[in-house]
Design a protein around this ligand. Structure first.
Ligand code: DQA
Length: 147
Protein backbone atom coordinates (compact mmCIF):
# COMPACT_ATOMS: atom_id res chain seq x y z
CA UNK A 1 0.00 0.00 0.00
CA UNK A 2 1.30 3.48 -0.86
CA UNK A 3 2.21 5.50 2.23
CA UNK A 4 -0.20 8.19 3.35
CA UNK A 5 0.90 11.81 3.46
CA UNK A 6 -0.03 13.70 6.62
CA UNK A 7 0.77 17.35 7.31
CA UNK A 8 1.57 18.41 10.88
CA UNK A 9 0.81 22.08 11.45
CA UNK A 10 2.12 24.02 14.44
CA UNK A 11 0.72 27.45 15.14
CA UNK A 12 1.71 30.53 17.00
CA UNK A 13 4.42 30.32 19.70
CA UNK A 14 4.95 26.59 19.31
CA UNK A 15 8.46 27.32 18.00
CA UNK A 16 9.22 28.25 21.63
CA UNK A 17 8.37 24.84 23.08
CA UNK A 18 11.03 23.76 25.55
CA UNK A 19 11.61 27.36 26.66
CA UNK A 20 8.05 28.59 26.99
CA UNK A 21 6.20 27.89 30.29
CA UNK A 22 7.81 24.46 30.78
CA UNK A 23 5.57 23.89 33.83
CA UNK A 24 2.60 23.90 31.40
CA UNK A 25 4.06 22.58 28.13
CA UNK A 26 7.02 20.50 29.34
CA UNK A 27 10.69 20.68 28.43
CA UNK A 28 10.58 19.01 25.00
CA UNK A 29 11.18 21.16 21.94
CA UNK A 30 8.93 21.09 18.88
CA UNK A 31 11.63 19.04 17.11
CA UNK A 32 11.58 16.52 19.98
CA UNK A 33 7.80 16.13 19.59
CA UNK A 34 8.15 15.75 15.83
CA UNK A 35 10.84 13.11 16.32
CA UNK A 36 8.44 11.00 18.41
CA UNK A 37 5.64 11.63 15.91
CA UNK A 38 7.89 10.46 13.06
CA UNK A 39 8.78 7.21 14.92
CA UNK A 40 5.08 6.35 15.18
CA UNK A 41 4.44 7.49 11.61
CA UNK A 42 7.19 5.24 10.27
CA UNK A 43 5.64 2.21 11.98
CA UNK A 44 2.25 3.15 10.52
CA UNK A 45 3.50 3.75 6.97
CA UNK A 46 2.70 7.46 7.15
CA UNK A 47 4.93 10.19 5.71
CA UNK A 48 4.85 13.32 7.87
CA UNK A 49 5.57 16.85 6.73
CA UNK A 50 5.69 19.76 9.12
CA UNK A 51 4.96 23.48 8.91
CA UNK A 52 5.25 25.89 11.85
CA UNK A 53 4.09 29.48 11.54
CA UNK A 54 3.37 32.37 13.85
CA UNK A 55 0.87 33.84 11.38
CA UNK A 56 -2.48 32.34 10.41
CA UNK A 57 -2.00 33.14 6.70
CA UNK A 58 0.91 30.70 6.31
CA UNK A 59 -1.13 27.97 8.00
CA UNK A 60 -4.14 28.67 5.74
CA UNK A 61 -1.82 28.41 2.73
CA UNK A 62 -0.40 25.09 3.98
CA UNK A 63 -3.95 23.75 4.47
CA UNK A 64 -4.95 24.85 0.97
CA UNK A 65 -1.86 23.14 -0.49
CA UNK A 66 -2.78 19.94 1.35
CA UNK A 67 -6.10 19.77 -0.54
CA UNK A 68 -6.03 16.77 -2.85
CA UNK A 69 -2.40 15.94 -2.00
CA UNK A 70 -2.48 14.90 1.68
CA UNK A 71 -4.76 12.40 3.38
CA UNK A 72 -4.69 14.07 6.79
CA UNK A 73 -3.76 17.09 8.87
CA UNK A 74 -2.67 17.05 12.52
CA UNK A 75 -2.87 20.59 13.84
CA UNK A 76 -1.86 22.29 17.06
CA UNK A 77 -2.93 25.85 16.29
CA UNK A 78 -1.65 27.30 19.60
CA UNK A 79 -3.72 30.34 20.60
CA UNK A 80 -5.22 30.44 17.06
CA UNK A 81 -7.36 27.55 18.35
CA UNK A 82 -9.54 29.98 20.21
CA UNK A 83 -10.33 32.60 17.55
CA UNK A 84 -8.91 31.92 14.08
CA UNK A 85 -12.01 31.38 11.95
CA UNK A 86 -9.78 31.55 8.86
CA UNK A 87 -8.23 28.24 9.97
CA UNK A 88 -11.69 26.81 10.65
CA UNK A 89 -12.80 27.68 7.11
CA UNK A 90 -9.61 26.41 5.48
CA UNK A 91 -9.91 23.08 7.33
CA UNK A 92 -13.57 22.90 6.38
CA UNK A 93 -12.50 22.96 2.73
CA UNK A 94 -9.93 20.18 3.29
CA UNK A 95 -11.16 16.77 2.14
CA UNK A 96 -9.00 14.51 4.38
CA UNK A 97 -8.97 13.75 8.11
CA UNK A 98 -8.23 16.47 10.68
CA UNK A 99 -6.96 15.87 14.21
CA UNK A 100 -6.61 18.79 16.63
CA UNK A 101 -3.90 18.42 19.27
CA UNK A 102 -2.88 20.27 22.42
CA UNK A 103 -0.04 19.42 24.77
CA UNK A 104 -1.94 20.91 27.70
CA UNK A 105 -5.62 20.38 28.50
CA UNK A 106 -7.27 23.69 27.53
CA UNK A 107 -10.54 22.72 29.25
CA UNK A 108 -8.72 22.68 32.60
CA UNK A 109 -7.24 26.16 32.06
CA UNK A 110 -8.55 29.74 31.69
CA UNK A 111 -12.12 30.15 30.40
CA UNK A 112 -10.99 31.77 27.13
CA UNK A 113 -9.20 28.52 26.23
CA UNK A 114 -12.39 26.48 26.57
CA UNK A 115 -13.64 27.44 23.10
CA UNK A 116 -12.03 25.87 20.07
CA UNK A 117 -13.05 27.14 16.64
CA UNK A 118 -11.11 24.17 15.21
CA UNK A 119 -13.01 21.38 17.03
CA UNK A 120 -16.16 21.66 14.84
CA UNK A 121 -14.08 20.84 11.74
CA UNK A 122 -11.84 18.20 13.36
CA UNK A 123 -12.52 14.46 13.35
CA UNK A 124 -11.18 14.33 16.90
CA UNK A 125 -9.02 16.06 19.49
CA UNK A 126 -6.07 14.76 21.53
CA UNK A 127 -5.19 17.07 24.41
CA UNK A 128 -3.41 17.01 27.72
CA UNK A 129 -1.08 14.07 27.14
CA UNK A 130 2.20 16.02 27.11
CA UNK A 131 4.99 13.98 25.52
CA UNK A 132 2.55 11.30 24.34
CA UNK A 133 0.33 13.81 22.52
CA UNK A 134 1.90 13.57 19.06
CA UNK A 135 2.43 9.78 18.97
CA UNK A 136 -1.22 9.38 20.07
CA UNK A 137 -2.35 11.78 17.36
CA UNK A 138 -0.40 9.88 14.69
CA UNK A 139 -1.87 6.56 15.92
CA UNK A 140 -5.36 8.09 15.83
CA UNK A 141 -4.71 9.33 12.29
CA UNK A 142 -3.48 5.87 11.26
CA UNK A 143 -6.70 4.35 12.64
CA UNK A 144 -8.84 6.86 10.74
CA UNK A 145 -6.91 6.17 7.53
CA UNK A 146 -7.34 2.38 7.94
CA UNK A 147 -11.06 2.23 8.76
C1 DQA B 1 -1.89 24.84 23.23
C2 DQA B 1 -3.02 25.38 24.11
C3 DQA B 1 -3.41 26.79 23.69
O1 DQA B 1 -4.43 27.29 24.55
C4 DQA B 1 -2.21 27.72 23.80
O2 DQA B 1 -2.56 29.01 23.36
C5 DQA B 1 -1.01 27.20 23.11
C6 DQA B 1 -0.69 25.77 23.19
C7 DQA B 1 -1.37 23.47 23.73
O3 DQA B 1 -0.67 22.80 22.96
O4 DQA B 1 -1.64 23.09 24.86
O5 DQA B 1 -0.24 27.95 22.52
O6 DQA B 1 -2.39 24.66 21.92
Amino acid sequence: MASSRVIVLSGVNLNLLGQREPEVYGSMTLDDHLGLARETAKREGITLEHVQANDATSLVEAIQKARGTAQGIIINPGAFTHYAWSLHDALSAFDGFVIEVHLSQPQAREAWRHTSVIAPVADGTISGFGRDTYPLAVSAMAALLKH
